[in-house]
Design a protein around this ligand. Structure first.
Ligand code: G4P
Length: 319
């Protein structure tokens, strides 16, 4: 799925993060527990490389607890990284976040060397909700939308603990196709930037393989794993009365139902990827992207040779 855009305010956010990062002790990355790998921003990894990292698997109330445990173990085994699960029902999140930050940067603390933490995450991951709970008030959303100019907020959680908030940040090119679908299904990507039917089919493809019983219970269907994705979407549309003239299924409406139900956890608690699956998708996406780049470079070189008359490089021998 081609999701490609990078609005101006995202450029500003990127710049703000790269300036702030120099004086930061720990980076908290809020991930969506339903899609931890896909909701991790590769651009953020680049911007914050080398900084101790606290991965917070947020919205754990919506995710499959067994898989959340797998993801936590995966991140906790990485050097300079700690991970914990969280959701909006936790009324005192600082009790978990603050000690985890001090564990990651034990030399910080006290008025002379206060702990300076940057909190980042993709849009809709629940960052404003978490910050509101941490501060005990309704803070304004940190500039996810054009027109909100405040790029960064500093929040004091204690005299020696500063939290720097950043606007929700997506990256310009999603090279893992499945991540694009999972991000769209989760609500991280604006409605107009994806095709609902395509996303619902990808979602059903995963659900019928890994969570067939939940789909069957939700829609009162049998043997969903034996249906094609298209047949399953149609069966769901029929069950839910998403019909149009001539009793044909309105696939757009059926797709909206599937996505809505997933977001509301109406199927039950679901996680769309395991660490192993995501590692495979990422490797395949990177390979494909590298091949694309080689082709693009070859086309550009050919153009340069033809129009700018650059001498063609000698062919390797035996070719
Ligand atoms: P953001 O700042 O990262 O963009 O996210 P925000 O806090 O605005 O949260 C996005 C949506 O996710 C909100 O729902 C919010 O209520 C919901 N949310 C946040 N944290 C959790 C959580 O831990 N679990 C669950 N289940 N939901 C969470 P919304 O429908 O967009 O808005 P609202 O009407 O609920 O406020």
């Amino acid at each position: 799925m081609a999701i490609q855009w990078f609005p101006g305010h995202m450029h500003l956010t990127k710049k703000a993060i790269s300036e702030r990062i120099k004086n930061i002790d720990v980076v908290i990355e809020l991930l969506d527990a339903r899609l931890p790998g896909s909701s991790a921003n590769p651009m953020l990894a680049e911007l914050t490389a080398g900084k101790p990292s606290l991965k917070v698997l947020n919205k754990q109330d919506l995710a499959d607890p067994t898989r959340t445990a797998q993801w936590l173990a995966h991140y906790n085994s990485q050097p300079g990284t700690r991970a914990l699960g969280l959701d909006a029902s936790v009324t005192t999140p600082a009790k978990a976040l603050v000690p985890a930050c001090f564990e990651l940067a034990p030399n910080r603390g006290g008025m002379v060397k206060p702990m300076r933490v940057l909190i980042c995450g993709i849009p809709n991951v629940g960052k404003s909700t978490l910050i509101n709970t941490l501060t005990g008030k309704r803070a304004t959303k940190t500039g996810d939308e054009a027109g909100i100019t405040k790029l960064e907020q500093r929040i004091s959680l204690a005299d020696d603990f500063y939290l720097y908030d950043t606007p929700g940040l997506l990256w310009p090119r999603i090279i893992v196709a499945k991540s694009g679908y999972n991000l769209a299904a989760s609500g991280a990507i604006g409605r107009n930037a994806f095709n609902e039917e395509e996303v619902a089919l990808a979602l059903l493809d995963y659900l019928k393989t890994h969570y067939a019983a939940l789909v069957e219970t939700r829609f009162k269907l049998d043997a969903v794993a034996s249906l094609t994705d298209e047949e399953l979407l149609e069966a769901i549309g029929r069950k839910r009365g998403a019909l149009q003239g001539g009793k044909r299924v309105n696939l757009q409406k059926a797709a909206e139902i599937v996505i809505y139900d997933f977001r509301a956890a109406a199927f039950g608690r679901i996680t769309l990827e395991t660490p192993e699956e995501f590692a495979e998708w990422l490797a395949a996406g990177q390979k494909l992207d590298a091949q694309r780049q080689i082709k693009k470079d070859a086309i550009e070189l050919d153009r340069a040779i033809r129009f700018k008359k650059i001498p063609r490089p000698p062919r390797p021998e035996n070719s």
